[in-house]
Every structure is written in structure tokens, then in C-alpha cells.
Design a protein around this ligand. Structure first.
Ligand code: AAL
Length: 411
């Protein structure tokens, strides 16, 4: 009891002392200290020193703006919605050129929804799709090479659609992981597991493993219906494959990211017991960075449109907040598969814009993005925090008719 009173007394004393110290300290220095100053700090200032790689964005290696450039070499049939290219893989460099793989849909009509879909009419933009690829030497103009992984015959995994692929290079071989649909997406949801094909060269031929390699979770688990956006990296000598799942649905789906780890590209993949390991995001984009893994977290969840970092590939924290982030980005990651112990980061890649024209002609297009999230590159323009948008850009994001009515009725 006596001890308890003593401890309480000391704690109160310490608190009073700290507050007294804080009230006596001089105003915060005019020159922003590069390191955490030895003084009492507000929560926000503590976070500014402890949560970010530098106290200002221009020096934060994980902060960047994103710039976009139209790609040359892809035909979209006059943007009538019958041809779509989306969900690009990471870009790799092999045989003196850059390669990218993506979901390719070429159907007689644009997507018509699950009810109207049939053997040739797609339900969604990624229904009835195959995996195609393109290569480039100048990184702005691409030459489409055609199909890499076609839909396999029924009842193999992916017979309805193979989509949203990503590449792994492991011990001299190439592995494409992708979503294998066995029914039109939208019939029950966007339900599918992950399958894989492998090849000795990025130009193929690709051999389908014809087995599910990342199975959906057990009934009642967060990833019971879908494993989306498989994204493999080599980290700590193993294959770290990140993925998204859609869950809950009350009333909206929740989207979070999980991790499955394997010693062998064909599995078995062991899902991490802490999954989901990123609480937000849509198509996952990750890359080795310093000792850990960095992630571009876009679109969904409390932490959408942030760049995150984890020292161990598992426990992620917000490392930067930015805007206009690339959707479904497939960056060129020079050390994605080298088992690096100090990742360098990324400066460019390919991402997509969905609903490129109107919902009646719904299709996606590939685009190039550039950024400075690389330890060896210092591009001050990319590190600017303020971006200027014209009024037309803001007015494109105007009120819906429903909102306008609600607002006007309340007056
Ligand atoms: C994308 C990705 C997956 C989904 C669908 C096609 O944005 O998350 O690939 O299944 O949408």
C-alpha cells in the first residue's frame, strides 16, 4: 500500500514537472529541426518526427506527386467499350526490353451486367478476359505482343475469365499469378481464387498449373469469397504475395490487404495469421524499400490515398499522404526479385484509368505514371506538396442530382 502511494506520488510529481517544463520552454524554433528536438511536443509534432521519414515532404523519401503520360501503341476500337486493357502487372526488364502483362477484353459489346451476360457478352469490364502482354524499349511506346495466358477450357480454374495478373521472377523462371473466374463476375460478387502459369521466357510459352494456388479462406473468414490483385515480391528469401479481398458487404464491401508467404512459386502459400495486414486500399502496389516494404494504398478504407511503410513487410504505418495516386499501379521495381536487403524504390510504371469514357462504353485504358519514391533519385518537382487544379477539374466533381435536390429542399 505504502509503495502504491509512493508510485502514485512520483507519477503525479513527474506529470506536474513535465507540464511545468512544457510551459516554461521557449517557442518552437523558427528553423524546423531536422531531427526530433529535445523538448515537449504536441501529438501532431511527435508524429511528424516519429511517423515520417523526414519532417517535411520535400525530404520524405516516401512522399511523391504522381504525373501521367498517355501511352502509345494501344488501340481501343474508337473507345466504344469493346476493347479494354486494365490491371497491369509490375513492369520487368528482360532481353533488352521492358515487359508488362494485363487484363485484355475484346468482346462484341461493352459490359452489360451479370444478368445480361452470356458466353460472349461480358458482365463486367474484366469478364471474358485473357492475359495479354506488351513490350517497349523507350518506355512510352509499347508494342502489343498478343496473348500470354488465354482462358483455359472448362472446367479449369479461370475458364470464364483470367484477369489482374502479376509477375514473379524466381530462379530464372517466370510466373504469372492471376484471378481465375469460374463464373461471370457479378453473379454473386467478384468471387475467384488465384491461379498461376509459368514459363522459361517472358515471351512464353506459358504452362498453366491448372490448380488454385492461393485458395479462398474458409467459410466465415474475411477472404472466403475472393483473392484479388495477387502481387508477388521476393523478400527475406521467400515469396511474399500480397492480395486484396472484398468482404463484409453491410451494405458496402470492405476491402483490405492480406499476405501469403511461400518457399516455392507453386506453393504451398501460407496466409499470415495477422491478415489483413493493410486496413485499406484496392489494387495493391508494393515494393522493397530500405529494410522493409512500402505500399501505395489507394481508393478504399480509412487510410486510402496514403503511402505506407513496414519494416518487416507485415506491420504497416502511414508514411506519406498524397493525391492523384495511380490506380492498379504496376511499377518497374528493379529489385523486386533480387532478395534485396535495402530496397531502392520506384520512379515509374503503368497504371490504369477505368471507365475511360462513359458507363455505356465502359472500358479501361493503360497509362504511364511517374513519381519519385526512389532513394537514388531527387526530383524536387515530384516532392512539391501543393498541386494546382483548374476550376474545371473541381467542377467535374460536382454534386449529384440527388444531393442538389436534398440541399435545395432543405432551404
Ligand atoms: C480490380 C481488381 C480486381 C477485381 C476487379 C478486377 O480493380 O481489384 O481485378 O476483381 O477490379
Amino acid at each position: 500500500m505504502k509503495n502504491l502511494v509512493l508510485i502514485l506520488f512520483l507519477l503525479i510529481g513527474q506529470n506536474v514537472f513535465v507540464r511545468a517544463q512544457a510551459s516554461e520552454q521557449k517557442g518552437f524554433p523558427f528553423i524546423l529541426p531536422k531531427e526530433r528536438p529535445n523538448r515537449e511536443l504536441s501529438t501532431a509534432m511527435q508524429r511528424n518526427y516519429e511517423g515520417y521519414l523526414a519532417p517535411r515532404p520535400s525530404q520524405n523519401e516516401l512522399y511523391s506527386q504522381f504525373k501521367y503520360t498517355e501511352l502509345k501503341g494501344f488501340d481501343y476500337n474508337g473507345d466504344d467499350g469493346t476493347i479494354s486493357r486494365r490491371d497491369p502487372s509490375k513492369v520487368i526488364f528482360a532481353n533488352g526490353k521492358y515487359y508488362v502483362w494485363y487484363t485484355y477484353r475484346n468482346t462484341p459489346t461493352p459490359p452489360q451486367g451479370a444478368e445480361k451476360s452470356n458466353d460472349t457478352i461480358p458482365s463486367s469490364d474484366w469478364d471474358l478476359a485473357d492475359i495479354w502482354y506488351a513490350s517497349s524499349t523507350d518506355v512510352f511506346t509499347w508494342e502489343e505482343q498478343g496473348v500470354a495466358v488465354p482462358r483455359p477450357p472448362k472446367p479449369n480454374v479461370g475458364w470464364r475469365s483470367v484477369t489482374t495478373t502479376d509477375i514473379l521472377v524466381w530462379k530464372g523462371k517466370y510466373y504469372l499469378y492471376y484471378q481465375g473466374f469460374m463464373e461471370a463476375s457479378g453473379k454473386r460478387g467478384d468471387d475467384c481464387p488465384v491461379a498461376v502459369s509459368y514459363a522459361d521466357s517472358p515471351d512464353g510459352p506459358w504452362t498453366p498449373h491448372n490448380k488454385i494456388v492461393i485458395p479462398n479462406g474458409a467459410e466465415g473468414e474475411w477472404d472466403q469469397y475472393s483473392i484479388h490483385d495477387p502481387y508477388p515480391l521476393v523478400y527475406k528469401g521467400k515469396i511474399y504475395l500480397y492480395y486484396k479481398s472484398d468482404f463484409d458487404g453491410d451494405p458496402e464491401l470492405v476491402r483490405m490487404q492480406g499476405l501469403a508467404i511461400a518457399d516455392n512459386p507453386l506453393g504451398p502459400f501460407k496466409k499470415h495469421p495477422l491478415n489483413p495486414i493493410i486496413n485499406s486500399g484496392h489494387e495493391t502496389t508494393l515494393f522493397p524499400f530500405m529494410e522493409g516494404i512500402a505500399a501505395l494504398v489507394i481508393r478504399d478504407g480509412n487510410e486510402h490515398y496514403t503511402i505506407q511503410y513496414s519494416e518487416d513487410g507485415i506491420n504497416f504505418n502511414i508514411a506519406a499522404i498524397t493525391s492523384l495516386m495511380p490506380n492498379a499501379a504496376g511499377p518497374y521495381v528493379s529489385d523486386a526479385f533480387t532478395n534485396t536487403s535495402y530496397g531502392k524504390g520506384i520512379t515509374w510504371g503503368i497504371s490504369h484509368f477505368t471507365n475511360a469514357t462513359t458507363w455505356d462504353e465502359n472500358h479501361a485504358i493503360l497509362t504511364r505514371f511517374d513519381c519519385d519514391l526512389n532513394l537514388d533519385v531527387h526530383d524536387p518537382e515530384m516532392k512539391r506538396a501543393g498541386e494546382y487544379y483548374k476550376p474545371s477539374f473541381y467542377y467535374q466533381h460536382g454534386l449529384s442530382d440527388k444531393q442538389r435536390k436534398r440541399i435545395q429542399q432543405n432551404h
